[in-house]
Write a protein that binds this ligand. Structure first.
Ligand SMILES: [Ca+2]
Ligand SMILES: [Ca+2]
Length: 422
């Protein structure tokens, strides 16, 4: 049995996209009298060279490239468990994240928790199953799953008893556990202009804020993955809720990463039924408490660092928290114009002098009032609270009525009219 130029080779591909997707960095261990290891290249190919004849077991393994999980996968595992969504054989292998032969709520839970930690950039200590296995393999691309469950794992190894001549096509099909949709390695983010974020003015009177997250393109929403960065020295995550948004009281659930000292909060929204909502608008609200009561006005910035809808980057943005100002101008005027300088927020009083300004940014705000027949612009300063209605009445006291003097142009027009006998 000369070592000679004997070899054993094959390829590892992913289960989706008809096996066209190569899986690099798979470790292959050929174990026998002698043990060899090698890894797949960027095309998924591997080769053992100069293998000594003898008995061997060939085993693939992988613990890298852990993307591909999302709210869409969680939704599909949830619906498969509920019996409303049908999975292919390989999708069932992916859905059984706990590797116990059945698809259950623990699979939904484990993939969900893993995904929000992955979004947050830290999966250390998080596992999909007791053995912390992330990948599964099959020695064949054609599985028969008509008798499942229980899910029968295909052979994950190849045996050679003995290996006695060079051999090719010793292929494996790889499955990233949890990736039912088959979009591994996940979203590759193009370098794009950094989201400018929203600036929020915090003041001593504000104890909590509520920030809407808006999907601005219409989608049939199966799953959404979101990350928001914030300053943990000023803000503490209180809650994430669908209430008040377009997905409230519909078939959706939220999974979020428990709070820690991180400056990013990640969560996902996944559909729990085939009746999915199609539309755009505010999908959820993040509520923060002000962690240490600020003593004066300070500014803080929130950034939407990820917003993927159905495993694709989506058009989305955060809205600054706002309040409402209502009141009455007690001068006997309709048509007084009330504005928030520097914004396009404006209201005009009705015949009773009543007005309402909505979506006013929270914090200290200057308000300007222009009243017909009065020659000064009234300026007032108010403290706008998150999601609250503030009453501000404007009274005549101190407001100077305009003089009846003609402007030079009016004077010129009158003089012309008089001269022409009109
Ligand atoms: Ca399971
Ligand atoms: Ca996926």
């Amino acid at each position: 049995m000369p070592p000679g130029d004997t070899f054993l080779s094959g390829k590892v591909t992913y289960f989706s996209d008809s096996g066209t997707k190569a899986v690099p960095n798979v470790t292959l261990t050929l174990e026998g009298d002698v043990t060899y290891t090698t890894t797949t290249d960027n095309l998924g190919n591997y080769i053992f060279e100069n293998v000594i004849f003898g008995n061997y077991i060939l085993k693939p393994s992988k613990n890298t490239d852990l993307g591909g999980l999302s709210a869409v996968d969680v939704s599909r595992i949830f619906r498969a468990e509920a019996g409303t969504y049908t999975l292919s054989c390989f999708q069932m292998l992916a859905a059984d994240a706990t590797q116990n032969g059945t698809i259950m709520s623990t699979d939904v839970h484990n993939v969900g928790i893993y995904n929000v930690h992955y979004l947050n950039g830290n999966v250390s200590g998080k596992c999909l199953n007791d053995d912390c296995v992330n990948w599964s393999f099959s020695d064949t691309a054609t599985l028969d799953c008509t008798s499942w469950p229980p899910i029968v794992a295909p052979a994950k190894t190849r045996s050679y008893t003995p290996f006695s001549s060079s051999t090719t096509n010793q292929d494996f099909v790889a499955v990233r556990l949890g990736d039912v949709s088959g979009n591994w390695p996940g979203i590759t983010r193009k370098k794009r202009a950094r989201n400018p974020g929203i600036d929020i003015s915090l003041s001593p009177k504000i104890s909590a804020i509520r920030v809407p997250m808006v999907l601005s393109s219409e989608e049939r929403i199966e799953g959404i993955d979101i990350s928001v960065s914030f300053d943990p020295s000023l803000l503490t995550l209180d809650d994430i809720t669908l209430n008040g948004g377009i997905l409230a009281n519909k078939y959706y659930a939220i999974e979020s990463k428990p709070t820690d000292s991180s400056d990013i909060v990640s969560f996902m929204i996944y559909s729990t039924d085939e009746k999915m909502y199609t539309g755009k608008g505010t999908v959820a609200y993040i509520q923060f408490n002000i962690s240490e009561q600020v003593s004066e006005n300070v500014h803080t910035t929130l950034h939407l660092t990820k917003f993927d809808c159905n495993e694709q980057p989506a058009n989305a943005y955060l809205l600054p928290p706002t309040g409402t100002i209502t009141g009455k101008v007690t001068l006997p005027v309709a048509g007084a114009v009330i504005t928030v300088p520097g914004t396009d927020i404006q209201a005009v009083t009705d015949e009773n002098g009543l007005y309402q300004l909505i979506n006013v940014p929270i914090g200290q705000q200057a308000i300007e009032i222009v009243i017909p027949g009065y020659d000064e612009i009234i300026q007032q300063s108010v403290e706008v609270q998150d999601n609250q209605v503030l009453e501000m009445n404007i009274e005549e006291q101190g407001v100077k009525r305009a003089t009846d003097e003609e402007t030079p142009i009016e004077e010129a027009i009158r003089a012309l009219k008089e001269a022409s006998g009109m």
